[in-house]
Ligand binder design. Structure first.
Ligand code: FES
Length: 112
């Protein structure tokens, strides 16, 4: 079992609703999204496995059925922001990260 460590990233108010932003955390690029209407922060790896470009933070947030997704700006594959899976290619997934908002500060859970 690996331990979860919470790392502060930014203020919740720094994030624009329904938009993504990239953060560099200990050498890893992470894409954060502030998702409405729950006003929740979801985090996945920023790297698009299809194009191998670090671009997912710049994708468009939307939904496929009940699933909150981001569409890659490269080839438009959709990724489930909670599970990381590609909607079109469920065998392909990006890493997901736990998040929490602690006194207005967004924190990401990293594993050793
Ligand atoms: S985790 Fe910090 S106030 Fe709850």
């Amino acid at each position: 079992m690996s331990d979860l460590r919470w790392v502060a990233v930014c203020e919740l108010d720094d994030l624009v609703p329904q938009r993504g932003v990239a953060a560099l955390l200990e050498g890893r690029q992470i894409a954060l999204f502030r998702v409405m209407p729950e006003d929740e922060v979801l985090a996945i790896a920023n790297r698009d496995p299809f194009s191998e470009a670090n671009v997912l933070a710049r994708g468009i947030v939307g939904s496929v059925g009940d699933t909150v997704v981001v569409a890659s700006p490269m080839y438009k594959q959709h990724f489930d922001l909670r599970a990381g899976r590609s909607i079109e290619h469920p065998d392909v997934a990006v890493d997901t990260f736990r998040t929490r908002v602690c006194r207005g500060v967004v924190e990401i859970g990293l594993r050793w």
